[in-house]
Design a protein around this ligand. Structure first.
Ligand SMILES: [Zn+2]
Ligand SMILES: [Zn+2]
Length: 259
């Protein structure tokens, strides 16, 4: 077994051991209830059954640009037809609809900081990456969408960084954390057009000396990973910057889509 495979294997074993203790704790002290059906869900707030039904229906028609579900047999959704946002993103694959109880799932992860969900979400993202990669030996590398400046210092962690960490340690996916976010503005406090303008200018590459290896030989195709796609402006701004650096194709995978 190669050194890389051994490292991946031991990360998996460690996670399983941790999960075992969490299950033990949940058994004695009571675990989480499923956000969807209310049944006891163990260590994460979703039961096994509902977890299986989490993914957006793959047979549903999807917009060829943003990946949102289509209501009629058109190639593009109404927002991509009317005010298209995605140009630098070559294709987008949102995994779950941000609807009903699924909103609670994102809240539990991001706001209530149930970090036990991170490896679970990572497994979904990995499955998608495996599906769109050229071969299992040749998995596409990942660029995480970076958090607001100072977030990690304030909160101690960032959900996307953690998810990507699991993509690397559990599945051996190569990471390029080459982007940084500039603005400190809270998106909620700005109106839509301000917010879009603000977002467009808020993602840039890290200073040259920190990402020299990436700049010298940028990967041809990368997968951009984020938690929610709302307007698509965030992933578009990131993709545009990556293309300026020489990346040829940017595929976005987001956990949730507001559709
Ligand atoms: Zn359930
Ligand atoms: Zn669309």
């Amino acid at each position: 077994m190669s050194k890389k495979n051994l490292k991946i294997k031991s990360a998996f074993v460690l996670l399983k051991v941790l999960d075992f203790f969490r299950h033990l704790q949940a058994f004695f002290l009571g675990g989480e209830n499923c956000l969807c059906c209310g049944r006891p869900g163990g260590i994460i707030p979703v039961c096994k059954n509902c977890l299986k039904n989490l993914c957006v229906k793959s047979e549903a028609l999807r917009c060829s640009v943003c990946g949102k579900e289509l209501v009629s047999e058109m190639e593009l959704c109404s927002s991509c037809r009317n005010e298209r946002v995605l140009f630098s993103v070559d294709s987008a694959f949102p995994l779950f609809s941000y609807r009903l109880w699924k909103k609670g799932l994102l809240f539990a992860w991001k706001t209530e900081e149930k970090r036990v969900l991170s490896p679970v979400f990572a497994s979904f993202v990995f499955n998608k990456i495996a599906e769109i990669s050229p071969s299992p030996e040749n998995l596409l590398p990942v660029v995480p969408v970076p958090p607001r400046p100072g977030k990690i210092r304030r909160k101690g962690w960032d959900q996307i960084e953690e998810l990507c960490h699991f993509l690397h340690s559990l599945y051996g996916i190569e990471l390029y954390p080459v982007l940084q976010r500039l603005t400190r503005f809270q998106q909620k406090k700005l109106n839509r057009s301000h917010r879009l303008e603000q977002l467009k200018n808020s993602f840039i590459l890290k200073p040259c000396k920190k990402i020299r290896k990436f700049l010298e030989a940028p990967p041809k195709t990368v997968v951009l990973v984020d938690d929610v796609m709302t307007t698509g402006t965030t992933i578009e701004a990131c993709a545009a910057e990556l293309k300026r650096a020489g990346v040829e194709k940017v595929i976005a995978v987001t956990l949730f889509v507001v559709d």
